[in-house]
Ligand binder design. Structure first.
Ligand SMILES: NC(=O)c1ccc[n+]([C@@H]2O[C@H](COP(=O)([O-])OP(=O)(O)OC[C@H]3O[C@@H](n4cnc5c(N)ncnc54)[C@H](OP(=O)(O)O)[C@@H]3O)[C@@H](O)[C@H]2O)c1
Length: 350
């Protein structure tokens, strides 16, 4: 593809949408040409995101989300909209020839799972067969040329990248997988609520949506798609007083003779040549702060011989590798750009 790709960001006034615009500003072959929103339409990008005001498109107005207008102005769109919104919108975008990358959960599961896990009947079940599940390091080959990509969820990305290689190599007992997740507050989006207010979250750590979090079936399905093994997974997410970051700690029973070195080797071999995966050597400990603002996942694995348990830890920035960055990585693969175009790999630290 020679010319610059025209990109639309739907939900540009939100946290994930703002992060898409920020990252795309540094993309050498893509340009944001359409900004879509609902209540914020009519306001400028710089008004809703003052940190983006100095961009060339800082004065551009956000527009209502209407398929004909979007199709006239963009070759590809990122849907950074609430769950359930893009399922209704994407069919008309695809019909109009616009490639779509959905950051919500609307195309990640089989149709029959939506009433239970998302609370709606899926309006476009045929498209669920077409959608490619978007984690480039696991499903990159299918992503090339894809017209509809279901960008993976933040928790699911961190858990799957850690679990798939050792499970696929037969180092874990499939029926024993437990995933503990922790997220910072930006994972809840920009809308203020009492439960995510400063007063209720400062110095608070709490589980939520247990055992019904919608990333549970996503992790199970991702494991099956990547390894052919379909284990049940218990997933327990927690909210912690941070702004950015997702950390998953996964536990599983080790198969006979599995060592920390064997687990680490499985991860290292699986991700050789992957620009955004950092596997720590035995003894290293993951830190979510080291991936902040980057598209990197940091992984470590431990075999605890005393209890016969594998511990696999993954950390991502929920808004980058867990959302906007991974979506751009998927776009790059889909259209034939360099996978790393526009994506930061070095964190701001401390
Ligand atoms: N935050 C994360 O860490 C994260 C990580 C992975 C995936 N995601 C997914 O990304 C999506 C966006 O999340 P977010 O955190 O960016 O949410 P957010 O900050 O709440 O932003 C939501 C955006 O959607 C727009 N919107 C709301 N209701 C709409 C409707 N009915 N029709 C059209 N547009 C509507 C909003 O526009 P107005 O403000 O103009 O109404 C806003 O631009 C969600 O599906 C979320 O699950 C988020």
């Amino acid at each position: 593809m020679g010319s610059v790709l025209r990109v639309g960001v739907l939900g540009a006034s939100g946290y994930a949408g703002g992060e898409l615009v920020r990252l795309l500003a540094g993309h050498p072959r893509a340009e944001v040409t359409f900004l879509g929103a609902r209540e914020s339409s009519g306001r400028s990008l710089g008004e809703v995101h003052p940190h983006l005001a100095s961009l060339p498109i800082g004065g551009q107005s956000l527009e209502p989300i209407e398929p004909e207008t979007i199709a006239a102005g963009a070759d590809v769109v990122f849907c950074a909209l609430p769950n359930g919104t893009s399922a209704a919108l994407v069919p008309s975008l695809l019909e109009a020839g616009v490639r779509a990358i959905d950051l919500a959960g609307d195309f990640r599961l089989p149709a029959e799972a939506y009433p239970e896990w998302y609370g709606f009947e899926h309006p476009a079940p045929a498209l669920l067969e077409e959608a490619v599940y978007g984690i480039p390091e696991l499903f990159g080959a299918q992503t090339v040329g894809a017209e509809l990509i279901a960008n993976a969820g933040c928790y699911a990305t961190a858990a799957l990248l850690g679990l798939v290689p050792p499970l696929g190599a037969g180092l874990l007992e499939p029926g024993s997988i437990r995933v503990d997740g922790k997220t910072g507050l930006s994972g809840a989006g920009k809308a203020a609520s009492e439960s995510t207010s400063y007063a209720s979250t400062e110095e608070s750590m709490r589980p939520y949506r247990v055992p019904g979090h919608q990333h549970t079936p996503e992790i199970e399905r991702g494991l099956e798609l990547a390894t052919g093994v379909a284990p049940p997974v218990l997933f327990v997410p927690h909210l912690v007083p941070a702004v950015r970051g997702v950390l998953t700690t996964s536990y599983a029973t080790l198969t006979e003779g599995t060592t920390t070195e064997a687990l680490t080797e499985a991860l290292t071999v699986a991700y050789a040549g992957c620009p955004f995966v950092r596997v720590l050597a035995p003894g290293g400990m993951v830190d979510s702060k080291r991936v902040r603002g980057t598209n990197v996942i940091e992984l470590q694995a431990i075999a605890d011989a005393r209890t016969g348990t594998a511990v696999v830890v993954g950390a991502v920035d929920n808004l980058v590798k867990g959302a906007a960055g991974q979506a751009i990585q998927n776009l790059n693969l889909a259209v034939g750009f360099d996978e790393a175009d526009g994506l930061p790999a070095l964190a701001v630290y401390p």
